[in-house]
Write a protein that binds this ligand. Sequence first.
Ligand code: GLN
Length: 275
Amino acid sequence: MAQCQLGQGTLDPYDEAHWLLVRGMGWSFDAGPEQLDRPLSPSEQQHLKKVMHQRLVDRQPTAYILGEAWLMGESFACDRRAIIPRSFIAEFLVAPSLPGLRHPVARILELCTGGGSLSVLAAKAWPAAKLTATDLDPDALALAQENIQRHGLTDRITIRQGDLFQALQPGDGPYDLILCNPPYVPTYKTNALPAEFRAEPHKAFEGGRDGMDLVRRILKEYPQHLIPGGLLVVEIGHEAAACQQLFEREFPNLKSRWLPTATGLQQVFALGDHL
Ligand code: GLN
């Protein structure tokens, strides 16, 4: 894996190798020694060689090769229509344990849903909530719809196509919780993405000159869509410095709070009038 870039569902080369081999062979993650230790048939060897070649030489992401991705133990259909599921926000959608969330959650909005994974996790975390999942890209939303069906959530998650909050229709919202993992990579970095990341839709990364183009718009527009006491949660990944600057220069009155994740202290922020 030495030449390959991680970060599209795994952060550990052994995890990724295991995922590629086990699922590439169509086995379950629970496969035991009787399966893992037996010699491969010639056609199995051929297939495994092909899969390894796609990952190691063609530098395709594992999730696209396999057509599936995993986030917080849930599986998702995954292909080039959307960025591969991975968001620090997912960590808060399991227990669920969102610091700062004070009241029952009846309505949730996810902006930039891509393939829909965060909406699916949020729907499972708050089983009584209704959700709206939006994206600018109809192809990504078609994949999201597949994932919503795969998890039996069509009656609870409504998809809307459009540009951030403009996707919403009368009667949608207001929301108790708004989630967003927007494109936030500054242009100078998107121009230098590793091969695996160039296989993903460029617009899922492109955040403009300082990476904050979409975050800036979300900060301007969210108050009309969030109930008092509600929470907005946004991922900004490794762009904390740019985000901090945005808060200080353009939104000095907003009350924000970093929500530390397993891998960083300033990758996700929350905003709410009560923070
Ligand atoms: N670098 C981030 C990632 O690969 C970018 C994703 C994004 O812009 N939301 O996960």
